[in-house]
Write a new protein. Structure first.
Ligand SMILES: Cc1cc2nc3c(=O)[nH]c(=O)nc-3n(C[C@H](O)[C@H](O)[C@H](O)COP(=O)(O)OP(=O)(O)OC[C@H]3O[C@@H](n4cnc5c(N)ncnc54)[C@H](O)[C@@H]3O)c2cc1C
Ligand SMILES: Cc1cc2nc3c(=O)[nH]c(=O)nc-3n(C[C@H](O)[C@H](O)[C@H](O)COP(=O)(O)O)c2cc1C
Ligand code: FES
Lengths: 290, 309
């Protein structure tokens, strides 16, 4: 069965001032959605709004999936008006999820250096509604992750009780200090990973672009592998329109090292556009041209 | 004896026979494989692939897409893998299907157009060329080829000399008199015409006070442009003798039939593929149902029907 299906809404509840949790019963397409993948949702069968909206997999359920969304513009406002029993068109799961490297024990086949490098629990960072994308990853880590969650205000922090139950190492910050520390996730990141940290963790992050860019800067400067989930306006979600691109360093450019690339005029050989819906939405921080 | 009624969807575009009039619009269907999961590509009248150029083209910076009322603006910037890579990497897949492949191409100079066209001649699996003249001309200060009759004549004639394949010229709608441009293309050797390409448009974010597209201007497509496209097909049908491929905002069978009655011998479905990846076969089925209901045997009989009387 192909990934374009009709799903039935079984719930569409408010989980905060401007946030909702949409539960969908979906036909089985034989694909197991992974953390970091996303769906394109047709909020209404009409020509306005015309295009489907992308939303991350929030949770896989027995009957289908759940999506967590912020009511933001035309499409999400219409989506908020749906009630249980309504149906909508859904395309997914799409894209590649977060690559998950389970900590491995040192064996003959796994070089010790690899084991050490990834022995530290991963750091998972969510900015605002980015929590929707990393939530299933946090669940998957079964408590073995450090979670940093930043938002503008207390009102934009969602599902705190659930999150606290999922990990012991949970840090919150808000721009206005209305909950957790006052500041952003980079401040938190610097605190939990001081310069002399030996066991460097993997980082996973989803959130607004300025945050991801800052996380990327931090990770690259500290030689940490970070996987970032990116967003761009999308029309098709299946790689056909070439609308959702981000510039990614080509292999040759990476082999040369960052300084060499910066010194030269940026040419097509150094980097090329890749599709966030197909090659992403998760990319390695060091590969992204901001 | 009464013959059993069966609806015949076959149409011809010059020497090209199509099993039905429904094609894909260039740039909205990738190179084909993107949609193989959702529809049987054998069912399509023809597959038109993303516009190709001699060298790979990087395209414009994002954001490249903005939704507008019943439509969308795009400024992809003709990103493509280049003719050589297409023939080597993408064409073998398309050859597995019985559906004719129409290659859309463009250049930024006369020589590039001519050279590009010659590259496709004799390549097995390519059934026709669609030349996109809605792109900027390097030699003329990057003004668009398809908006100046003299330049259109020159570039179409140059390509005509280089190819024996059926040549479809895709007109730009951003002109004052589309019928004039259509006649110029016909006189310069086009075997068929495609219309319409996207209408140039723009959108501004009132919060940031900046254009929403990184490239500032983009091409408007989708249901919003359909009435304009229907009118242009209607006008061009009166002006030329060669067959027309109609497109612009086709979302369902009714829209497609409207284009045929305006004068299109075939139609292309674009933006609708993004909304519903199986829309093309739904349109074909919808056309069959319409014919059965109306006891119409030949879909050909509908071409230009709106001009009667
Ligand atoms: C891979 C991916 C995963 C996402 N996951 C989630 C999620 O789990 N929860 C959530 O609340 N939001 C998520 N978003 C953002 C979400 O798609 C937008 O908030 C939504 O499209 C806004 O639609 P609208 O009609 O309400 O807003 P409008 O501003 O009216 O939308 C206008 C157009 O812009 C597009 N658009 C606006 N904002 C964005 C954006 N940030 N990213 C991409 N397109 C945008 C819309 O899709 C639409 O085409 C995700 C985006 C991407 C690309
Ligand atoms: C994302 C996108 C990319 C396009 N790329 C091309 C292209 O490469 N070459 C071309 O001739 N037309 C291109 N077009 C124009 C379409 O083929 C078609 O003429 C136009 O979109 C109108 O049809 P529609 O409203 O059904 O989309 C593109 C359109 C869109 C929306
Ligand atoms: S959304 Fe169309 S290529 Fe990614």
């Amino acid at each position: 069965m192909n990934r374009y299906v009709t799903a039935e809404i079984t719930g569409n509840f408010s989980v905060g001032k401007n946030y909702r949790l949409l539960s969908l019963r979906c036909p089985d397409t034989g694909r197991k959605p992974k953390a970091g993948q996303f769906y394109m949702v047709q909020v209404r069968d009409s020509s306005d709004p015309l295009l489907k909206r992308p939303f991350s997999l929030f949770r896989k359920t027995a009957e289908g999936i759940q999506l967590l969304y912020r009511v933001q513009g035309k499409g999400t406002t219409l989506l908020a008006g749906h009630v249980a029993g309504d149906s909508l068109h859904l395309l997914g799961p799409l894209g590649n999820g977060y690559p998950v490297q389970k900590p491995v024990a040192a064996t003959a086949s796994a070089p010790a250096s690899v084991t050490v490098a990834h022995a530290a629990a991963p750091v998972i960072i969510a900015g605002g509604i980015g929590i929707a994308s990393v939530f299933p990853l946090i669940e998957e880590m079964k408590g073995k992750a450090t979670v940093l969650y930043g938002a503008r205000t207390n009102d934009d922090l969602l599902l705190l009780d659930e999150l606290k139950g999922l990990t012991d190492d949970f840090h919150i910050c808000t721009d206005d200090g209305s909950c957790g520390e006052k500041g952003n996730v980079i401040d938190l990141l610097q605190k939990i990973l001081p310069a002399d940290t030996k066991n460097l963790p993997l980082i996973y992050a989803c959130g607004p672009k300025p945050m991801l860019r800052a996380v990327s800067g931090f990770a690259v400067s500290r030689n940490i592998t970070a996987y970032l989930s990116l967003e761009e306006h999308m029309a098709c979600g299946i790689g056909a329109c070439l609308g959702c691109v981000v510039k990614i360093k080509t292999k040759e450019a990476k082999d040369m090292g960052t300084e060499d690339v910066q010194q030269r005029e940026s040419s097509a050989k150094d980097a090329a556009y890749q599709r966030i819906c197909m090659e992403g939405p998760v990319f390695k921080a060091e590969d992204i041209v901001w | 004896m009464v013959e059993p009624l069966s609806s015949n969807l076959e149409v011809t575009i010059g020497s090209l026979k199509l099993k039905n009039p429904v094609m894909t619009a260039s740039g909205t269907f990738g190179y084909g494989p993107e949609y193989a999961e959702f529809i049987d590509l054998n069912r399509l009248g023809a597959i038109v692939v993303k516009g190709l150029s001699l060298e790979p083209k990087e395209g414009n910076p994002p954001p490249r897409i903005v939704e507008t009322a019943s439509g969308m603006l795009n400024s992809i910037g003709l990103q493509n893998i280049g003719i050589t890579a297409f023939i080597k990497e993408k064409l073998p897949f398309l050859k597995r299907f019985s559906t004719p492949v129409i290659v859309n191409f463009f250049g930024d100079s006369l020589d590039e157009y001519a050279e590009a066209a010659s590259r496709f001649d004799g390549v097995d699996g390519i059934h026709a060329l669609e030349m996109n003249i809605s792109c900027p001309n390097k030699q003329a200060g990057w003004s668009v080829f398809g908006t100046d009759p003299a330049v259109t004549c020159e570039v179409v004639s140059a390509v005509r000399k280089k190819t024996k394949l059926p040549l479809i010229v895709k007109l730009s709608p951003n002109v004052t008199d589309i019928a004039l441009m259509a006649r110029v293309a016909e006189d310069s050797g086009a075997d068929a015409l495609s219309l319409i390409n996207t209408l140039t448009g723009m959108a501004i974010d009132i919060r940031t006070r900046r254009p929403k597209l990184a490239n500032i201007r983009g091409g408007l497509s989708g249901p919003a442009i359909k009435p304009v496209a229907i009118r242009m097909v209607y006008d061009v049908y009166k002006a030329v003798k060669i067959p027309l491929i109609g497109m612009g905002g086709i979302m369902n069978a009714e829209d497609a039939l409207e284009f045929m009655m305006a004068g299109a011998a075939a139609v292309a479905v674009g933006t609708a593929n993004f909304v519903n990846p199986s829309v093309t076969v739904e349109i074909i089925d919808g056309m069959t149902a319409f014919m059965e209901r109306g006891k119409i045997q030949e879909i050909r009989s509908l071409i230009g029907a709106a001009h009667a009387g």
